[in-house]
Design a protein around this ligand. Structure first.
Ligand code: FAD
Length: 298
């Protein structure tokens, strides 16, 4: 099912993000990721997305896992697709595989530019804009795009970044999904500025439950996300105990989500890190709140 059609039926959507096994994964790692993915699908999110290696490295696993979510998990799948390291032929092959697997939704991304000095970009695509334009002109997929409430790290300023987001949105994206953020005011400020620019697409707010202190430090370095003092304090206080950090992280994410829903966001996108127990706890914490928003629309 297309996400654009789900958006027509429901006031509030909740989605999960998963990642596929690396191409080098052995059989047991592959199986444990498939099991986690199917367990996540049993929690009935509105759709589940599967990430894609910027270098195209996980492409076949992205399609495989997305197809499993769609066909075995009975949850609509959103396949991520990056373009910066790909040729037009490689993108065409990936798109054909997605079509053949019955996937209806693509999150069209540029991907991060590989930092290894021997990387020579094929230069077939410069921005996500180029990929979205091609997909809109040549396919019938429902297309989503990424956005950054705190500005993309390569952008000189947030206003220019929003102008670039508007160019993508105007190609006919059905929705936008945000980078993770930990301070809801960052999102509210972004939504306000996006509205002023005339960006009207539904926005999925990206929520990363902080359940592992070491992992979040790595992610912070990559994403530049602002960490509120309250969250830093939780990490400092509970980061050395896995179980305590998990509980505190689930609680923090739950509070963020409830506040977002109470301020009428259209979608919550949970970066699950393939952890069904974390996603289950959050879904239990918000189940009545989510139902209360959709009861009148379903
Ligand atoms: P773009 O929209 O192309 O933007 C990149 C930069 O170029 C920005 O600074 C922007 O302001 C500028 N720009 C954009 N368009 C123009 C234009 N027309 N003219 C001039 N400047 C322009 N990475 C992966 O490798 N795999 C994934 O699966 C993946 N999933 C993601 C999911 C989400 C929800 C998000 C938010 C990010 C994801 N990423 C993923 C990371 C993403 O690839 C990086 O953030 C990447 O650096 C930018 O991708 P983009 O699609 O936002 O790029």
């Amino acid at each position: 099912m297309k996400i654009s059609d789900i958006l027509k039926k429901k006031k509030l959507l909740v989605s999960f993000e998963t990642f596929p096994p690396k191409p080098s994964a052995d059989e047991s790692t592959y199986k444990s990721i498939v099991d986690a993915t199917l367990e996540l699908s049993s929690l009935n999110p509105d759709f589940m997305s599967v990430t894609y290696g910027a270098g195209g490295g996980t492409s076949s696993n992205t399609v495989d896992i997305a197809a499993k979510i769609n066909n075995e998990g009975s949850v609509p799948a959103l396949a991520h697709l990056t373009c910066i390291s790909s040729t037009r032929e490689q993108v065409a092959i990936a798109v054909q595989k997605l079509k053949e697997s019955g996937i209806k939704n693509i999150l069209a991304l540029r991907g991060d530019i590989p930092q290894n000095s021997d990387f020579i970009p094929p230069n077939h695509y410069k921005y996500a804009y180029d990929l979205i334009k091609e997909l809109k002109e040549t396919t019938d997929f429902c297309i989503g795009a990424a956005c950054n409430p705190e500005g993309h790290p390569e952008s000189t300023n947030k206003d220019v970044d929003l102008d670039n987001l508007k160019k993508k949105a105007d190609l006919g994206c059905s929705f936008l999904t945000t980078q993770m953020f930990f301070d809801n005011n960052m999102l509210y400020n972004f939504l306000y500025r996006a509205q002023l620019k005339g960006i009207t697409q539904p926005v999925f707010a990206g929520i990363m439950p902080v359940t592992n202190a070491a992992q979040i430090k790595r992610m912070m370095a990559l994403s530049n996300a602002f960490m509120p003092r309250e969250l830093l304090h939780l990490i400092e206080k509970f980061g050395s105990s896995n179980e305590a950090m998990k509980q505190a992280g689930i609680d923090y994410a739950t509070h963020q989500i409830i506040d977002l829903i109470s301020n009428d966001v259209r979608g919550i996108h949970i970066y699950t890190m393939n952890k069904p127990d974390v996603a289950r706890s959050i879904m239990n914490n918000i189940s009545s709140i989510v139902s209360s928003q959709n009861d009148s629309t379903e």
